[in-house]
Ligand binder design. Sequence first.
Ligand SMILES: [Zn+2]
Length: 64
Amino acid sequence: MASQTTMSPPVHLSLPADAPRPAAGCDVCAALAGQRSEAHRRGDHSAVSDWNVEIVAHRGRSRC
Ligand SMILES: [Zn+2]
């Protein structure tokens, strides 16, 4: 039997340990983190760091 390779990536890819965390229950954080995950899945590290900056800036403004 031939071995099969799965086409489905893991749902949650690990981000660097120092990546900013979205606040639980904050819709804006969830949206930003979702965009960051999408960029991470594409392998777009430049966009990932842009979203990290957005999350930090939003959390500083909103104190969420
Ligand atoms: Zn937030």
